[in-house]
Write a protein that binds this ligand. Structure first.
Ligand SMILES: Nc1ncnc2c1ncn2[C@@H]1O[C@H](COP(=O)(O)OP(=O)(O)OP(=O)(O)O)[C@@H](O)[C@H]1O
Ligand SMILES: [Mg+2]
Length: 335
């Protein structure tokens, strides 16, 4: 793919967190790319590094987090090298993020109006907008997220709104700066299932209407499948598989993806899956070779020693697994 057709390109990204005693080696050479208007999903168990990846893109990791290697290109701007001004401009006008915890994104002691105007002031810094103009923009954004009685919402405090309404406010705020790319990190955590579906549908419609690109992180795998064209699967700080969404679910290649899909809680299931056996890697001492090998039912000797690279297995599918390094092994798995 040429650079011109890529909106965002993350290349071989390494991120570590440091505490007083330990270093956590989380992202371990992650690469992803997104074309203009493309919607991609990012799935994987809790702790896989999904939020770390999204926060790295916006350069908003907590102080303990460090990007130690790699490249993040937004169009042709290297976000790891560009000036602070350029980075702020991208955060203000181009890329918006819906954070995993909507309550944390809203301040309980200010009204929605005060909070939205504050953000809009920052986004439209340097323009001639008056406070009343910004209030109108806020109102318009609330209408766009289909909040009934947006005037009332604007004058409310967060605690006066339901969880679903608060989440719509958070989406409206993210939309204000997402003029090109929306990073949606678990936009429906803590909401009940029916509201989850409504919110995801809303996001899907808004992204379509505004022709945004999107990275969607969610544990609601069925929704990710229907809302995206391509999916990246993350395990232990690595992308282990990438495929068009329907192909990934119809025929998952990586043993981890297979287990992830098999164990996904299904609404129609009479009992919940037990989850994938074993634990995610301890990032202080990640396993050598393939980070998934201690939990992998097909682990071979080489998996304990050599890290598998993400390789193309046919036109549009990529997998990081030694089983696929040899064509005849693929056949074996298919039987
Ligand atoms: N501030 C931090 N300090 C130390 N380690 C951290 C910090 N934040 C995250 N980590 C480590 O990074 C790992 C990945 O965290 P991250 O939040 O990116 O996972 P995630 O895939 O978003 O999980 P979830 O689905 O639960 O949101 C965590 O397991 C944790 O060990
Ligand atoms: Mg997360």
């Amino acid at each position: 793919m040429s650079e011109a057709s890529t909106l965002l390109k993350v290349e071989d990204l390494y991120v570590k967190y440091r505490s007083y005693w330990y270093t956590y080696h989380v992202l371990d050479g992650v690469s992803i790319r997104i074309k203009p208007g493309e919607k991609v999903g990012l799935i994987g168990e809790s702790g896989a590094g999904k939020t770390t990846l999204l926060k790295s893109i916006l350069r908003i990791l907590p102080p303990q987090g460090r990007i130690t290697k790699g490249k993040i290109l937004y169009k042709d701007i290297n976000l790891l090298r560009c000036s602070k001004g350029t980075l702020l401009e991208i955060r203000r006008k181009k890329v918006g993020m819906i954070f995993q915890d909507p309550l944390a994104a809203l301040n309980p002691v200010f009204t929605i109006k005060e909070q939205m105007v504050d953000i809009l002031k920052y986004i439209y810094k340097g323009s001639n907008y008056k406070k009343s103009d910004l209030e109108n923009i806020a109102l318009e954004l609330l209408r766009e997220v289909m909040l009934p009685d947006p005037e009332r919402v604007l004058n409310s405090y967060p605690f006066q709104l339901s969880g679903g309404m608060r989440q719509r406010v958070v989406i409206a705020m993210a939309l204000a700066s997402a003029q090109e790319l929306l990073l949606a990190d678990e936009p429906t955590t803590n909401l009940d299932v029916t509201i989850q579906a409504q919110i995801l549908k809303l996001i899907s419609n808004l992204v379509e209407k505004r022709r945004l690109s999107m990275v969607l992180v969610s544990h609601a795998l069925g929704m990710v499948r229907s809302m995206t064209k391509r999916i990246y699967v993350m395990y232990g700080g690595n992308i282990v598989e990438e495929a068009p969404s329907s192909k990934l679910f119809n025929e998952p290649l990586h043993p981890y993806t297979q287990l992830l899909i098999e164990n996904a809680p299904k609404i129609i299931a009479t009992k919940l899956g037990e989850g994938i056996k074993g634990n995610p890697p301890d990032y202080r001492y990640p396993p050598p070779g393939c980070r998934f090998h201690p939990r992998c039912p097909y682990a071979m000797d080489i998996c304990k020693k050599v890290k598998p690279l993400l390789i193309k297995v046919n036109n549009d599918r990529y997998v990081a697994c030694h089983l696929y390094a040899e064509k005849d092994m693929i056949k074996k798995l298919e039987v």
